[in-house]
Write a protein that binds this ligand. Structure first.
Ligand code: SF4
Length: 202
């Protein structure tokens, strides 16, 4: 299907309203072929997302790191192992009622935080993933994912422990696993957030 011409404009970037008609296969191909922002020039491949496409739980991180860039799957390095442990702690498993995605689909150079224009360009892909999955709960991992979904800046600490709204879907925040690897003392707070999420789901 000739989706590239009407959906991509070199001037305006991605058009969210055009993306809204895409199914999973069309969206995956669109992301695979995407060169809409400068991140694509520095990464090995795009990292679409992984998991149960009808999941109740959607976990959203910031962007691919080095391992993810090489393997083409989100959260596969040390941070990914920790995320898998966090999921197991609340009786969840990657791919089973869980979908994992990132705000941007290409690795930012040196794992820097994605810039505003890169986020704005890539966000329609996540928005369409959310529209297709229809999760019951979104868990933002880290400040970038939390504030992008919230649409305003805030500290992660101020956002924890509250149910936010993302276009009608409940949205909670917790720490990014990569941050928890650097700051293991914060794992207790992440556990509190996960318990809050389970409570919200039940
Ligand atoms: S980060 Fe997103 S918008 Fe930028 S090139 Fe990659 S897939 Fe396209």
């Amino acid at each position: 299907m000739g989706i590239v011409e009407p959906v991509l404009s070199p001037v305006e970037g991605l058009n969210p309203s055009c993306l809204s008609s895409l199914n999973w296969n069309e969206l995956k191909q669109m992301v695979r072929d995407c060169t809409a922002c400068k991140l694509r020039a520095g990464c090995t491949q795009t990292v679409f997302g992984v998991g149960d496409e009808n999941a109740d739980w959607l976990f959203v991180g910031e962007g691919p790191g080095a391992d993810e860039d090489l393997q083409g799957e989100p959260f596969v390095g040390q941070a990914g192992k920790l995320l898998d442990s966090m999921l197991a702690a609340i009786k969840l498993k990657r791919g089973d009622n869980v979908y994992i995605a990132n705000i941007v689909k290409c690795r930012p150079p040196g794992n820097r935080t994605p810039e505003a224009d890169e986020i704005a360009t890539c966000l329609p892909y996540l928005q369409q993933q959310i529209a297709l999955i229809k999760p019951r709960l979104i868990v933002a991992l880290g400040k970038t994912a939390a504030t992008v979904l919230l649409g305003r800046d805030a500290t992660l600490g101020s956002l924890r422990g509250t149910v936010h709204d993302y276009n009608g879907t409940p949205h909670l925040v917790t720490y990014h696993p990569a941050y928890l690897l650097r700051s293991p003392a914060e794992k207790a707070k992440a556990w509190q957030d996960l318990c809050f999420a389970v409570q919200r789901m039940s």
